[in-house]
Ligand binder design. Sequence first.
Ligand SMILES: Nc1nc2c(c(=O)[nH]1)N[C@H]1C(S)=C(S)[C@@H](COP(=O)(O)O)O[C@H]1N2
Ligand SMILES: [Mo]
Length: 340
Amino acid sequence: MLIRRKKEIPSSEITPYEVYLNRRHFIGHTARAAAVVAVAPGLVAACGTAEGSEDASTAGGSAAADPGAPMSAFRSDQERDWAEVRSELDEPLTPPEDVTSYTNFYESGTGKEDPVRNAGSLQTHPWSIEVEGLVGKPGTYALDDFIAPYPIEERVYRLRCVEAWSMVIPWMGFPLSNLIAAAEPTSQAAYVQFETLYDPDQMPGQRRRVIDWPYVEGLRLDEAMHPLAFMATGLYGRPLPNQNGAPIRLVVPWKYGFKSIKSIVRMRFVEDLPPTSWAQILPGEYGFYANVNPEVSHPRWSQARERRIGKFRKQPTLMFNGYADEVGHLYSGMDLARYY
Ligand SMILES: Nc1nc2c(c(=O)[nH]1)N[C@H]1C(S)=C(S)[C@@H](COP(=O)(O)O)O[C@H]1N2
Ligand SMILES: [Mo]
C-alpha cells in the first residue's frame, strides 16, 4: 500500500487521505463547495520542462481539499471504499494530498505548488458557461442548470503530463458527450474549443503574460464525443479544489495533461482546427493532438518513461496512456509522429 507519510506535514493535513481510505461510505458532492486555501504571492518557475531528476518526494505539501468542509456540503447517497477503487486500474491511486498540491494551473502561478497557495481567490460560484458557434442551442448557461441533467459518475484515470510525470486520479463528473449532444452541433461543426476564465483579479498568474490568456484548448468533435472524454466537477469524492480546475474542467486521459483544460467558461463549436495555448506558445514542441506516445520524443526530452508521483522509479509510458484499445481507431491512417 502506498501512503507516503512525510514527517514535515502536520497530521491535520494528512488526515483526509486516511479518512478516504478508511471510510466505508462514498461521499458524493455538489459542484459547488469551494476549496479553502490561503492566498500567497506566487513564485516564478521555469515552464514546460521535464520532471526529470526532481525527487518525487518533493511533490505534495499542504492538502487543500478542504478537510474542514461541513458534511452538509456533500451528498452521501453512494457507498465507496477507496481501498477497493485503487485496484480498478491495477495501480494505486495517487494520494489526494499530491493530486491537490502538485498541480499545473498557470493562472495561479507557474510553480507546481503556486496554485494550491493562490487559487483561493478564484470565485467558482456563481459560474456560467457560454456555448457558441456552430450549434443549435447557443447561450449562456448557469453551471448548476447546465450540468444538472447528468448523473455524476466516477472515473479512475491515469493523467500523464507532457513533463513526464503522471498520477492516477479518481475523478467525479460526466461524459463530455452529454454536453455536446445538448448543444446540438450543426453538420459543419468539426472541432470544439474550450476556454478558461480570464480574470486577473481572481487569477494572479494572469497578470504575467506567460500565456496569451485566456488558456484555450480543443478537440476534434469525434474525440470530444468519445466516451472516455470527461467533464470533471470533483475528485476523491469531493468538489474539485480550485487548483485542480474548479468548478468544471476537461479530462482527456489519452492525451497529455495540457489538453485537460481547467475552469471552463466557454465552449465554441467551429469548422477549422482551433488555436490551443501550448501549440501557440511553442508550436515546435506541442501540437494540437498531443496524444500520449512513448515513441515520439518531446524535442527536449524522451517520452518513453514517466515518474508516477509518489513512486521512486520511473515506469514505461503506455501508448495513448494505456487507452489504445479504446481510442486508437480515432487516429487510424494518421501519422502519429507527424500529428503529435
Ligand atoms: N486553464 C488551465 N488548464 C490547465 C493547465 C493550466 O495551466 N491552465 N495546465 C494543464 C496541465 S499542463 C496539466 S498536466 C493538467 C494538470 O491537472 P491537475 O493539476 O489537476 O493534475 O491541467 C492542465 N489544464
Ligand atoms: Mo502538463
